[in-house]
Design a protein around this ligand. Structure first.
Ligand code: GLC
Length: 464
């Protein structure tokens, strides 16, 4: 999927949603009210989410028995593999030592601030030392507690720790039967709550609980309210997502960027190629620029971006994933202040080659395709000198402008319709994206739709 197809397309969808302006504004103000939660959870939400909102960028890790096959994480169901066949994998799942250390170092190098690992995916295999089943890493091929290794690795790099946990379970005999058999439901809910209790008890402070797929039960049948109460009793500072059938603390748009309404926190999760779990021959990789664009789009709208790696069975991260994430990390090392802890709500429209984030009175203009040398400059004064970055509909007055990477000052002109940044080099000063940093006289918002009514669009002061 190309750079344009993911973010621009989903943004158009976002624009089509009702209440865009209101939700963007609320997101920027950080209001976190949602219905259906216990009062205690709602009362501490803004505080618990503070680090998470600033972090912006996390690493998702899909890793389990399916990684041995290399046909993604749904392979058990999508290929109809008999359970006794699939179980054989548990004996042959033999990760190398310190696999999680490599991921944590990669996450750190990529500029990611937190990591979320699959502790149990739909396949039902528990990646830790559980007392509740033998179908777990400790008692099978690995002979180790892979969750503990993950937690220690993340902490060693100063990263926050998140657990993904799938409620749906294709392996446990009650996993599907629980929908129609009350005794099975009771057993399976006990099992599920018990597993979550272990995860919330045995590994110190856990920062994120990332539930997934609540089929085949309703939240009432899962006893999800009680589940969350237990989680918060054990981990008072944790943030939880919305996939156990309750609202939780944040929403989880998948493979798309979609801001939540009413200032609710949200995190867009995405793969680097097509799949979550390791897929041997999937070479459909996103470019580093696409990842940066998506990250900026999330930040622009006040959300987070969780990007996935699907390690091989031994824990090795596909070389393409390493290359992409390291490139993004090098960019963030220079341009991080245009992303981390930004305010959200910088614009309610995109340019065709740029995007916007903001922090206080600072507007960051992210330029993806350096717009120099348009042939139209032969006739249009607007495009002189040779490189002009222009955008319409800024609500604020620009006080000064510079290239973030080099600190080089940028000359500019501004009237009530548009800002024109001039005096820029002929080729992009940074790669894959150049950020221009504009100090404004108030919190900036770019809305080029707003200029439609300003007619005639006569202007002064554009001569180059
Ligand atoms: C979906 C898939 C699952 C994946 C998840 C990530 O729910 O079923 O395989 O782990 O998305 O968001």
């Amino acid at each position: 999927m190309g750079f344009d197809s993911v973010s621009r397309r989903s943004f158009m969808k976002y624009l089509g949603a009702a209440g865009v302006a209101a939700s963007t504004k609320a997101a920027a103000q950080g209001s976190d009210e949602t219905p259906r939660d216990s009062a205690a959870q709602a009362a501490t939400r803004a505080q618990r989410l503070a680090w998470w909102r600033d972090a912006k960028f996390g690493m998702f890790i899909h890793w389990g028995l399916y990684s041995v096959i290399g046909h993604q994480e749904w392979v058990l169901e999508s290929e109809g593999i008999p359970i006794p066949q699939y179980e054989i994998l548990a004996k042959h799942f033999k990760p190398k030592p310190n696999a999680a250390r490599e991921w944590a170092r990669l996450a750190k190098a990529a500029g990611q601030k937190y990591m979320v690992m699959t502790t149990k995916h739909h396949e039902g295999f528990c990646m830790w030392d559980t007392k509740q089943t033998d179908y777990c890493a400790m008692k099978q091929g690995p002979g180790r507690d892979l969750v503990r290794e993950f937690v220690e690795a993340a902490r060693a790099e100063g990263l926050r720790v998140g657990f993904y946990y799938s409620l749906m379970d294709w392996h446990h005999p009650d996993g599907m039967r629980c929908a129609t058999d009350e005794a099975a439901r009771k057993r399976f809910v006990d099992y599920t709550h018990g597993l979550i209790r272990e995860l919330m008890t045995n590994y110190g402070k856990i920062d994120i609980l990332w539930y997934d797929v609540d089929l085949p039960l309703t939240p009432e049948q899962w006893e999800s309210e009680r589940m969350n109460r237990m989680v918060f009793e054990l981990q008072p500072e944790i943030v939880v997502n919305n996939r156990n059938g309750l609202e939780g603390d944040f929403s989880t748009p998948e493979q798309k960027i979609e801001a939540s309404g009413s200032g609710r926190a949200w995190e867009s999760c995405m793969t680097l190629n097509q799949g979550w779990g390791f897929q041997l021959h999937d070479d459909e990789w996103k470019s580093p620029r696409a990842i940066i664009d998506n990250l900026a789009t999330c930040a622009q709208q006040g959300g987070n971006y969780l990007v996935n790696i699907g390690p091989e069975a031994d824990g090795t991260v596909p070389a393409a994933s390493v290359r992409i994430l390291e490139t993004v990390g090098r960019w963030l090392e220079v341009n991080g202040r245009a992303i981390y802890a930004t305010d959200g709500g910088a614009s309610i429209s995109f340019g065709n080659y740029d995007n916007f984030t903001r922090k206080g009175n600072t507007l960051f203009v992210h330029v993806y395709f350096w717009p120099s040398g348009t042939p139209a400059a032969e006739w249009l004064e607007f495009y002189k000198p040779a490189t002009v970055v222009a955008f319409g509909g800024l609500n604020a007055k620009v006080v000064s402008a510079k290239v973030l990477k080099t600190g080089e000052k940028i000359a500019f002109t501004q009237d009530e319709i548009s800002v024109r940044l001039t005096g820029l080099p002929a080729s992009a000063p940074d790669d894959p994206v150049t950020v221009l940093e504009l100090e404004c006289d108030r919190p900036p918002v770019v809305d080029h739709h707003s200029i439609r009514g300003k007619w005639p669009r006569y202007r002064v002061g554009i001569s180059g």
